[in-house]
Design a protein around this ligand. Structure first.
Ligand SMILES: [Zn+2]
Length: 313
């Protein structure tokens, strides 16, 4: 099952969260400095990161207990997966420094979100992060608010989209911008598709598996499309990429990247478009980027008809 994207907030909540993040970027004088200077952000928010050597589950549990944490039982239940903790009482963030730097960046900004959004620290003293609280499908309103705060601070509002618009529409761009913004390739590719002014779509796949008799296949984890793509092609609903799927030839099997492959995709009006698809294997996920190049006329022949398939098939 493709994971629903409910990282979104209702427009009023999103505006309020983004306003908080915007003001903090102002205070830290962080606009235009890439990657977002996390140290300046933390200093402006007046929160500290605990020495990383203190981060281990047993220590955190002891720490929470020593502070009279009344939710120690909640933390204990998920202790093995916790990789971030925010203590509103002490204005301290604990981060697991064994996770990759891009994730630490996101975690710090996420925790800063809990700190900067007044209702969060009014209602809770502790926030703990695990895979679940950072996932786009998280249902909890506060976690979604903190994630959107972090996203805004990391990509500096529309700055990412403006940078992407100045670069080529190709998979190397979100990879390059991931470095520039201190984000993971996964987060960068999602932001790329969500905010791009041209029609494009990003598929995030689970790692490729080999199924006896069926060959290589990959489960679709998430699909992000630009507004222009959604208007033209609708929202794709694929759940599995098999060798027979339109993207079958795009799966990077035994290699890191798939060079641009030309495909034909039919839009909502029934017009075929020559599209280009490229893929990159991050080791955790396979990212596919697809974008239309131009509409095909009846005289243009680029592919065997067997390749003709609706994008939503
Ligand atoms: Zn959180």
């Amino acid at each position: 099952m493709t994971k629903p994207d409910d990282s979104t907030l209702n427009p009023d909540d999103l505006r309020a969260v983004e306003e908080r993040a915007r003001k903090l970027l102002d205070r830290a004088d962080a606009w235009g400095t890439l990657p977002t200077p996390i140290e300046d952000i933390l200093a402006s928010a007046q929160i500290q990161v605990a020495p990383t050597s203190l981060f281990d589950p047993a220590h955190i549990l002891a720490y929470v207990r020593s502070k009279g944490g009344d939710i120690a039982h909640r933390i204990k239940s998920a202790i093995s997966k916790v990789f971030g903790l925010y203590d509103a009482g002490e204005r301290v963030i604990h981060i697991d420094d064994t996770v990759v730097e891009s994730k630490q960046n996101f975690l710090k900004l996420h925790e800063t979100g809990h700190h900067e959004i007044p209702t969060h620290r009014k209602l809770f003293r502790w926030f703990q992060e695990c895979e679940k609280t950072l996932a786009p499908e998280i249902a909890d309103q506060f976690e979604r608010e903190a994630n959107n705060f972090a996203r805004f601070a990391l990509f500096q509002g529309g700055t990412y989209a403006r940078c992407a618009a100045d670069c080529a529409l190709e998979i190397k761009t979100p990879m390059k911008l991931a470095k520039k913004f201190g984000a993971s390739i996964y987060a960068s590719a999602r932001e790329f598709a969500r905010t791009h002014h041209r029609a494009c779509v990003v598929y995030v796949l689970e790692p490729i598996q080999y199924v006896q008799g069926n060959g290589a296949q990959a489960v679709v984890r998430r699909i992000e499309a630009s507004p222009a793509f959604l208007r033209q092609f609708g929202r794709p609903t694929d759940t599995l990429i098999t060798p027979d799927h339109l993207f079958g030839p795009v799966l990077p099997i035994g290699r890191k990247m798939t060079r641009p492959v030309t495909l034909s995709v039919t839009d909502l009006d029934g017009t075929d478009h020559e599209c280009v698809a490229e893929a990159f294997d991050t080791k955790h996920n396979v990212i596919i980027l697809l974008y239309p190049v131009h509409a095909l006329t009846t005289t243009t022949i680029i592919l065997p008809t067997g390749f003709k398939q609706r994008c939503t098939d």
